[in-house]
Design a protein around this ligand. Structure first.
Ligand code: CMX
Length: 443
């Protein structure tokens, strides 16, 4: 058994036993109550999922196994680069420990060994119209590789429940290993006449992605991909892409199909597609204003015009966060260090000054601050990756780390088929009015 799988098995088995005993003793204790507003409001704030790999605090932002993003940048092994390798984050999410340099090197090598994409996936991609949205290509490519699912094969052969996590682990490792090649293939066929770049067997997972995209020789782009792949990896379990992957995986659909479903969620403009929407909006702004150095007043007028057209300001707001997103701040720090004079990046920073008070003044927006998607596009544009329809694919490659690590955990802990209760409006009305009547007669 490989070293990561062995550690995971020990930890997960112990937690499975502890959880079973805990559930038997405390299963009836209430941890959350649901109001009618939450039924209407997309279940915001209802605690109803177990998710081990990360936890989101509304004010402090994301914690991966207890570590903030600045702490990860300090503690995860960098192997001579300026940004930690996301291989280290995957290890941390799987087993709750900061890995050693040797462990990160092992994982990088392991993913290199598993990275071969089946030929039929390339053929399938080549059969799609070249202007097919990159997320559609990405989802189709992931689904097409399901032919290799070890979970599906072993389930068909009659695997026992206790082996599910093992088969999910194998699929997760293979799928993650292949994603940089898939993403780069989609990018090169969509925007560079199908002139593909072979992987470099000496590079780590993210650096290979940067290399195969082929947009620049600047070595800091490899560091950007390492940072980008780390910060987008996980955001606890309730966000749409994580939750979709989790739900589909709870039916014992294999990791390829579950992850493809999760990516369909990520492709929505209120979620991951917001990164393409942000830069599209900034391009429209500078074009309309006729300058790449707009003043704060000009930006304010453009923001108000966007709102008056009944649209949202992309990259701002969040269902859980109530402060600027630490993932936005991490990208800002990167840009301050490497690209402080870039015009588009300076527009992003000015928008950050202008938008929050305007959103606050609307009186309904719960979080007027930027989220992760507000910054990423402008940095990618700087390095020559201007084709913004591709941006959500990069988000998706990173998101695989969190949701597939979590799929291993879900099967190891024996989590059941997910099945919340729905209700009709009339039935909800009855319940609410009855409850109001009971309260009135009690008073
Ligand atoms: N611009 C304008 N209005 C906004 C807004 C924004 N950025 N964010 C929220 N609002 C509005 C909502 O549309 C809602 O209006 P109505 O009551 O008229 O429907 C009201 O403020 C209350 O919304 P909320 O409770 O603050 O936010 P939600 O939890 O409902 O939605 C989110 C969260 C992210 C969908 C929303 O903030 C939004 O649409 N933001 C822009 C899109 C975006 O950046 N998405 C990416 C999020 C991060 C990610 O998943 O990648």
């Amino acid at each position: 058994m490989d070293p990561l799988k062995k550690k995971f098995a020990e930890l997960a088995l112990a937690q499975f036993k502890e959880m079973k005993a805990f559930k038997a003793e405390y299963g009836n204790v209430k941890v959350s109550e649901v109001s009618a507003a939450q039924v209407f409001g997309g279940a915001r704030g209802v605690i109803m999922l177990l998710w081990e790999t990360s936890l989101l605090d509304p004010d402090l932002g994301i914690r991966f196994r207890g570590y903030s993003i600045p702490e990860l940048r300090e503690k995860l092994p960098c192997l001579g680069c300026s940004e930690p390798l996301p291989e280290g984050l995957f290890w941390l999410m799987m087993v709750g420990e900061i890995p050693t340099e040797e462990e990160v090197k092992w994982l990088s090598e392991e993913w290199r060994k598993r990275a071969t994409v089946p030929e039929h996936t390339f053929r399938m991609l080549d059969s799609l119209p070249v202007d097919t949205h990159p997320m559609t290509q990405f989802i189709a490519a992931i689904s097409s590789m399901q032919t290799d699912s070890i979970f599906a094969k072993r389930y068909f052969e009659g695997m026992a429940k206790t082996e599910y996590w093992d088969a999910v682990y194998e699929d997760a490792m293979n799928l993650i290993a292949r994603l940089p090649r898939i993403a780069a293939y989609i990018y090169r066929r969509s925007y560079h006449n199908g002139e593909h770049i072979d992987p470099d067997p000496n590079l780590d997972w993210s650096a290979n992605l940067a290399h195969m995209l082929g947009v620049t020789d600047d070595p800091t782009f490899k560091d950007l991909m390492r940072l980008y792949m780390t910060i987008h990896a996980d955001h606890e379990g309730g966000n749409a892409s994580a939750h979709t992957t989790h739900l589909v995986s709870s039916t014992l659909s294999d990791p390829y199909l579950s992850f493809a479903a999760g990516m369909s969620s990520l492709a929505g403009p209120l979620h991951g597609l917001a990164n393409q929407e942000v830069i599209k909006w900034i391009f429209e702004m500078v074009e309309e204003l006729g300058t790449t150095k707009p003043s704060s007043d000009q930006i304010e007028a453009f923001v108000k015009k966007t709102l008056s057209e009944g649209k949202v300001i992309p990259g701002y707001g969040h269902a859980v966060l109530r402060q600027p997103d630490p993932r936005f701040i991490a990208q800002k720090r990167f840009a301050e260090r490497h690209l402080p004079d870039d015009d588009f990046i300076n527009v992003v920073w000015k928008v950050y000054e202008v938008v929050p008070p305007i959103l606050q003044s609307l009186g309904k927006v719960k979080n007027p601050w930027p989220n992760v998607d507000a910054h990423s596009g402008a940095i990618l544009v700087h390095y020559g990756l201007k084709e913004y329809s591709f941006y959500t694919v990069l988000f998706g490659v990173s998101r695989a780390l969190g949701v597939l690590a979590s799929a291993c955990w879900s099967r190891a802990l024996g989590l059941p088929l997910e099945r919340p209760k729905s209700i009709t409006f009339n039935a909800l009305k009855e319940k609410v009015l009855q409850s109001a009547k009971n309260t009135a007669s009690a008073n």
